[in-house]
Design a protein around this ligand. Structure first.
Ligand code: ATP
Ligand code: MG
Length: 416
C-alpha cells in the first residue's frame, strides 16, 4: 500500500519524462504562434465554482469530484477541469476590462473520481485553450485550428474532427421537449444514468456510450434540426471558416459536450487508435459561462485535451519522440589530487553550459569508464597525477573511440 501510487494515478519516471517535455514544449510553441498566453490557476478551488461552472447535472459534479473540507471547514475541490478556474480568474482579475479578445492556454493536472481504465485516470493532465470576448465564428475556427495544427504536428495521422451545434437557451427548449417526447416510451429501457439524464439533461443521452442506449436514440430528433436563425447562421459560418483554414471535419449531430455551459459550437477530435477512450480533445463555445460565474456577460470558446491520450495516440501512430541530450562529458579521476582537479574542472565546464558528471561512488578507474558508458556520456576525460604534471588532458569520444589531447587551459573551448 505504502509503495503503491493511489489507484488511477501514474508516475512519470525519468525514462519517460522526455516525452512529456516534448509535448509541453511543442504545445507552448504552438500557442505562441496563435497568440495564446499561459495562465496558471490553483490546483484546488472553492467547490461552488464547479457546481456553477460545470453544472450540477453533469457526471463530473455528481460523482467525480475530489471534494473535502479544509481545517477551517471550507469545501474545497481538486480541479476536475480547466475552464471554470480560468473563467474565475478572468472575472477576479477583471480581464474583461482590458483589450479583447483574451486568449489563454493552460497545462494542468486534473482530478476526477472515475473508474480507471486505459486512457481514463483519476489524476490526468490536460492542455487547454480559451478565447473570451467574441461571438465571431472566426474565434471558434481558430480554436479548432490550433487543436488541429497541434495534433497533426505531433504525428497523429488517425484523427477525425467532428463538429456539431448544441444551440442556445433560446432554441434548446423546443428540442428538449421533442427529444423527451421521443424517448418517453423507451424510458424503461434506458440505462440508469440516462434515466436520470432524461429529467436533468436529456441531450446527454444522445452521446451515452451504452450500446443499448445508442440503439434507442436511433431516429431521435437532433438539435441541428431545431437551431434558431442565429445559431444556424453561426454553424454555417463556422463550417465556411474551417474550409478556409483547410480543416477537414465531419458533422456529427450526436456530439454533446459533457458540460452544461456549452452553446452553439461543440466538437471533438477522435481517434480509433487507442480503444474506447478515443476522444483526444473536446471543446466548444460557452457564451453563458462567464455570467454564470459572476462576471459580465462575455462569450467564450475553448477546448481541453488529454495529454495521456495524446501520448498514447502518438505512440500508436508510430511517432518517434526525439530523446533529449544526456551527459556531454564524464570526468574520470585517479588519486586525491586528481579528484580535486576533476571537481574544479566539472564546475568550470558546467559554468560554460556543458552537462558534466563525475564519479561519486568511489569507483576505480575501470569502473568509472564502465559507468560513463552506462549513462551514455558522449565524451570522457581522465585526470590523474600524470595529467596534472604534464598539463595536458585527453578527450575521448565514446562513440568513435577517437582521442584528442589538449592543454588544460584550453579544455573548455575544446569541449564547447
Ligand atoms: P470522456 O468523454 O472521455 O469522458 P470528457 O467529455 O469527460 O471525456 P472533457 O471534460 O472534455 O472530457 O476533458 C477534455 C479531455 O480530457 C478529453 O477529451 C480527454 O482527452 C481528457 N480526459 C477527460 N477525462 C479523462 C480521464 N479521466 N483520464 C484521462 N484523460 C481524460
Ligand atoms: Mg468524462
Amino acid at each position: 500500500m505504502l509503495t503503491n501510487a493511489p489507484k488511477g494515478t501514474k508516475d512519470v519516471m525519468p525514462q519517460e519524462a522526455y516525452k512529456w517535455h516534448y509535448l509541453e514544449e511543442k504545445f507552448a510553441e504552438t500557442c505562441r504562434k496563435y497568440g495564446f498566453q499561459e495562465i496558471r490557476t490553483p490546483v484546488f478551488e472553492h467547490t461552488e465554482l464547479f457546481h456553477r461552472g460545470v453544472g450540477d447535472t453533469t457526471d463530473i459534479v455528481q460523482k467525480e469530484m475530489y471534494t473535502f473540507k479544509d481545517f477551517a471547514g471550507r469545501s474545497i475541490t481538486l480541479r476536475p477541469e480547466g475552464t471554470s478556474p480560468v473563467v474565475r480568474a478572468y472575472v477576479e482579475h477583471k480581464e474583461y476590462a482590458g483589450v479583447q479578445p483574451n486568449k489563454y492556454y493552460y497545462n494542468i493536472p486534473c482530478f476526477r473520481y472515475e473508474k480507471p481504465q486505459s486512457g481514463r485516470l483519476r489524476e490526468f493532465h490536460q492542455f487547454g485553450v480559451e478565447t473570451f470576448g467574441t461571438t465571431d465564428m472566426m474565434a471558434d475556427a481558430e480554436i479548432i485550428a490550433i487543436g488541429y495544427d497541434f495534433i497533426k504536428s505531433m504525428g497523429i495521422t488517425d484523427v477525425k474532427l467532428e463538429i456539431n451545434s448544441v444551440g442556445c437557451p433560446g432554441c434548446r427548449g423546443e428540442h428538449r421537449k421533442a427529444l423527451k417526447d421521443f424517448l418517453r416510451p423507451k424510458y424503461d429501457q434506458l440505462c440508469p444514468t440516462c434515466q436520470e439524464r432524461f429529467h436533468t439533461n436529456p441531450m446527454r443521452i444522445l452521446d451515452c456510450k451504452s450500446p443499448i442506449d445508442q440503439e434507442l436514440v436511433q431516429g431521435a430528433p437532433m438539435m441541428l434540426d431545431y437551431l434558431c436563425d442565429d445559431c444556424r447562421t453561426a454553424f454555417e459560418e463556422l463550417k465556411a471558416n474551417l474550409d478556409a483554414f483547410g480543416i477537414e471535419y465531419e458533422v456529427n449531430p450526436k456530439i454533446v459536450r459533457g458540460l452544461d455551459y456549452y452553446t452553439k459550437t461543440a466538437f471533438e477530435f477522435v481517434t480509433t487508435k487507442i480503444g474506447a477512450q478515443g476522444t483526444v480533445c473536446g471543446g466548444g463555445r460557452y457564451d453563458g459561462l462567464v455570467e454564470e460565474i459572476g462576471g459580465p456577460s462575455t462569450p467564450g470558446v475553448g477546448w481541453g485535451m488529454g495529454k495521456e491520450r495524446m501520448l498514447m495516440t502518438m505512440e500508436a501512430c508510430g511517432f518517434e519522440i526525439p530523446k533529449e541530450p544526456g551527459t556531454d562529458v564524464f570526468i574520470a579521476y585517479m588519486g586525491d589530487a586528481g579528484k580535486m582537479a576533476a571537481l574544479k574542472l566539472m564546475k568550470e565546464l558546467r559554468d560554460a553550459g556543458i552537462a558534466v558528471q563525475m564519479d561519486v561512488m568511489g569507483r576505480n578507474l575501470k569502473n568509472q569508464f564502465k559507468h560513463a558508458n552506462r549513462i551514455g556520456a558522449a565524451k570522457t576525460i581522465v585526470i590523474g597525477d600524470s595529467e596534472l604534471e604534464s598539463g595536458r588532458l585527453t578527450i575521448k569520444d565514446m562513440e568513435s573511440g577517437e582521442q584528442t589531447e589538449v592543454a588544460i587551459e584550453g579544455i573548455v573551448d575544446a569541449l564547447k
